[in-house]
Design a binder for this molecule. Structure first.
Ligand SMILES: C[S@@+](CC[C@H](N)C(=O)[O-])C[C@H]1O[C@@H](n2cnc3c(N)ncnc32)[C@H](O)[C@@H]1O
Length: 505
């Protein structure tokens, strides 16, 4: 099944290139293009030469990058590589790389193409600087030549792997004693050099006809123990290096390996992780990132949160909470995701939950917020609401400043319920602590607001804290109840009232 629709939303190759135009622009593609019965120009992805030429032309057209490869070396297919770069950008938006002048990354096994460092540097407009490590001598030389060809020596440092120590990061990083890196990345050799797994088999044991040309030498694609051993070694070394590298990331070729890697992380008590899937054509790859930086909450990285795959230990318990989600508004109830956010913020403010926007772009229908609370302010909210009913006429309260929700006690008329001010006092006291990043938060959670065709959805995920995973259920229930319980708050006044949610109509 083609999985292009699962490509990263910013991946420019979600739309297949117009080969007709591409062949016109790069006549060398004529050699491998064919015209089908309907007159459409097509490329045969099973033809190695076609894959090679296509990658070269797209790199030049879309990134201004010139690439040369020795024969029989792995030809980098761009959509998949770009997925990894976009996922790193997402990690960077949570890690606040936007505030840094230079982001420093390491690519483990850059290959003859040096594709990831080249893409990373160009895509970031040279804000990301890369150390590219390679073990094979001929690939190393070719990688250096590609960097020089593109005049990017100032941003990419190609380094030979230190073979004597048999380490992956430990020995190379001795050459950079004073540097801390923001991330490392890796497209490891997937296959075990001792097994016969290089050619994929289907469940019947018969060989499947590959839909893409397989490129690359055995030396590039195989390592002793396969990718699981390779990545397990990176995990072990990361336990020594800790925050010398802020985020460790790797791609994984097989689902079974992905499951083993998640188990290895759990066994190493590494819980601050996020995962992703990279899709292209008929190919799916997996990816995992982990960090020892307590201020960097990887579960907040977008996309993985909404898929519900985040932090999943295979077939078993979740390392951190699985998101709980619900539809909070029908599409016709609200005019934009910003209005939904405004409404949700008001509700969270009312129970003294601190909120920090983590990801918010004008182009996507997705907002990620980090929530933190210093104590339980959400329990028994139904009881509190019953005691402090929202005024149906919306009159301003005697002592109010016009910015708080209007409350009155049903039995005693339009006076304040004696419960309501207490909540406000709590609110002031707690929010004034402003400990959003404090590691001792009672609750830290990630809230994802996203839009689907039929409405606006919330997904709330427990990240850390003594409140435990049940707290996110309770908070989501509170949001559902208060939004349902106060339909009169859904107004058309553009959100002028603090407690009001803007409606489309
Ligand atoms: C699957 S290829 C990936 C190449 C390139 N990054 C890409 O995505 O096209 C894996 C690369 O890792 C290199 N490699 C294998 N073991 C390594 C090690 N211990 N240190 C550094 N590179 C290694 C291989 O030579 C090969 O170039």
């Amino acid at each position: 099944m083609a999985v292009n629709e699962f490509m990263h939303p910013r991946n420019r190759y979600r739309q297949k290139p117009n080969f007709h135009l591409l062949v016109k622009q790069y006549p060398e593609l004529n050699e491998v293009a064919r015209v089908d019965l309907t007159g459409k120009v097509k490329l045969d992805y099973r033809n190695k030469r076609a894959v090679h030429l296509l990658s070269k032309c797209l790199l030049l057209r879309d990134f201004g990058l010139k690439l040369e490869l020795p024969p029989n070396k792995l030809v980098p297919t761009l959509p998949l590589r770009l997925n990894y770069i976009h996922w790193l950008e997402d990690i960077g938006s949570v890690a606040q790389w936007q505030d840094k002048e230079t982001v420093r990354g390491i690519d483990i096994g850059c290959g003859a193409s040096c594709i990831y460092p080249l893409l990373a540097v160009v895509q970031s407009q040279q804000r990301w600087h890369m150390v590219a490590i390679e073990k094979a001598e001929d690939s190393l030389e070719s990688a250096k030549a590609n960097v020089i060809r593109n005049e990017l020596q100032g941003c990419i440092n190609v380094q030979s792997q230190k073979l004597e120590g048999n380490t992956i990061l430990l020995d190379v990083l001795k050459d950079f004693p004073n540097e801390r890196f923001d991330f490392c990345m890796c497209n490891p050799p997937f296959f075990d050099s001792n097994s016969n797994e290089l050619k994929p088999h289907d469940r019947t044991g018969k060989r499947r006809e590959p839909s893409n040309a397989s490129t690359g030498s055995l030396e590039e694609l195989c390592t002793e123990g396969g990718e699981v051993k390779f990545i397990s070694q990176i995990i072990e070394e990361s336990l020594q290096l800790k925050d010398r590298v802020s985020v460790y990331t790797t791609m994984i070729g097989h689902k079974s390996s992905y499951e083993k890697i998640l188990r290895a992380l759990k066994q190493a008590s590494i819980h601050n992780i996020t995962v992703s899937r990279f899709c292209q054509g008929n190919t799916t790859r997996w990816a995992v990132a982990w960090s020892f930086d307590a201020k960097l909450l990887l579960p907040l990285v977008p996309n993985s949160l909404t898929t519900g795959e985040n932090n999943v230990s295979p077939g078993k318990k979740k390392a951190v909470g699985k998101p709980v989600s619900c539809r909070i508004f029908a599409a016709s109830d609200m005019d934009s995701i910003q209005s939904v956010k405004k409404c949700i913020l008001t509700k969270l403010q009312a129970i003294a939950i601190d909120v920090r926007a983590v990801v918010e772009t004008s182009t996507t229908d997705e907002i990620i917020l980090e929530l933190s609370a210093q104590e339980n302010t959400w329990s028994h909210q139904r009881r509190k609401r019953r005691a402090a009913q929202i005024s149906p006429d919306g009159k301003e309260m005697p002592n109010g400043n016009g910015t708080q929700p209007k409350c009155y006690d049903q039995q005693n008329g339009p006076e304040y319920s004696n419960k309501r001010p207490r909540l406000e006092e709590e609110q002031y006291e707690i929010s004034s602590k402003e400990k959003i990043h404090a590691d001792d938060s009672y609750l830290r959670a990630a809230l994802n607001i996203h839009r689907k065709e039929d409405g606006y959805y919330l997904a709330l995920q427990y990240v850390a804290g003594n409140a435990g995973k049940d707290a996110v259920n309770q908070i989501l229930q509170y949001l559902k109840n208060t939004i349902k319980a106060t339909p009169s708050e859904i107004t058309t006044d553009g959100g002028k009232q603090a407690a009001a949610c803007t409606s489309a109509k």
